[in-house]
Design a protein around this ligand. Structure first.
Ligand code: PRP
Length: 180
């Protein structure tokens, strides 16, 4: 028996299912931007693993950049304030931009980033999120490409962390801190 409070992991999405879905997402993006170029922007750090797999399923010309944000009061309650800690390396004016996130949760991060990027006059601006937890939404944000809608559970793995742990798991797992 695990001790009360010791973490337990239960697989929610297997690596193979994630890869299958990412192939479909890549095919959809490639169709939507046929004969065009796209600029993928990954939001560090969680999205790095998803982005690495997604970009290899895209069949049109792609360039990459990254941003990082910090949110105050993260944890179970978010204060709603988001701050840019790493900006893009290059201008996005006139580009087909897809903002790539591992998870769309309250929507605070993506609504902030969407606003910031929209002001920089991209040709198009879309959002790709591997996971979507609609129940947690505080700010209205619609992702154009969603991998999986998931229930309101704390998930880790495939880039997602708990106190910086578990990002390297191949599956997306539900983390519980006390056993059922
Ligand atoms: C996670 C995730 C999104 C954000 C989504 O990042 O990668 O950026 O939270 O949550 P929201 O919709 O409630 O704003 P986190 O702050 O955990 O940083 P990380 O990517 O470095 O793990």
């Amino acid at each position: 028996m695990p001790q009360k409070g010791s973490p337990s992991l239960k697989v929610l999405l297997r690596h193979s299912a994630i890869q299958r879905r990412i192939r479909q997402m890549g095919a959809q993006i490639s169709r939507d931007f046929r004969d065009e170029q796209i600029h993928l922007i990954g939001v560090l750090k969680g999205a790095s693993i998803f982005l690495a797999d997604l970009v290899r399923q895209i069949r049109v010309e792609v360039s990459l950049d990254f941003m990082a944000v910090a949110s105050y009061g993260k944890g179970s309650q978010s204060s709603g304030q988001v701050r840019l800690t790493k900006d893009l390396d290059t201008s996005i004016e006139g580009l087909n931009v897809i903002l790539v996130e591992d998870i769309l949760d309250t929507g605070l991060t993506l609504s902030y980033l969407y606003r910031v990027l929209q002001q920089r006059k991209p040709k198009t601006l879309r959002i790709a999120a591997l996971l979507d937890k609609p129940e947690r939404r505080i700010k209205e944000v619609k992702a154009d490409y969603v991998g999986f809608q998931i229930p309101n559970e704390f998930v880790v793995g495939y880039g997602l962390d708990y106190a910086e742990r578990y990002r390297n798991l191949k599956d997306v797992c539900v983390l519980s801190l006390s056993p059922e």
